[in-house]
Ligand binder design. Sequence first.
Ligand code: HEM
Length: 81
Amino acid sequence: MTEKTFTLAQLAQYDGQDGHQPYFAYEGTVYDASGIPNWQPNQNHGLLTGKDITEEFNRSPHGAEMFEKMHLPVVGKLVEE
Ligand code: HEM
């Protein structure tokens, strides 16, 4: 099975705006946040979509266990341009 890959430029299109899916990357993995209320465009986490948030996440109030808790669907992986 081939995994879907995203460059940063491609990921930027998944910003949750205008019908685009809200995806984000963390430590090389791309996640789909569309099932979570506070990840919608008008919510605070909506600002995090379409980006690699690894560094920001490590400065956030959450620990890595947030990913286990949320069970976000994985859509692929982040690759170099
Ligand atoms: C740059 C990364 C992140 C930052 C700076 C951040 C920041 C915050 C802050 C300040 C809150 C509390 C304020 C509020 O409830 O609106 C919050 C809540 C929350 N965040 Fe994040 N967050 C980040 C990434 C994530 C990620 C990756 C996930 C999921 C995997 C996530 C899931 C949640 C959830 C579910 C809540 C609600 C908390 C609760 O009710 O227990 N966040 N986040």
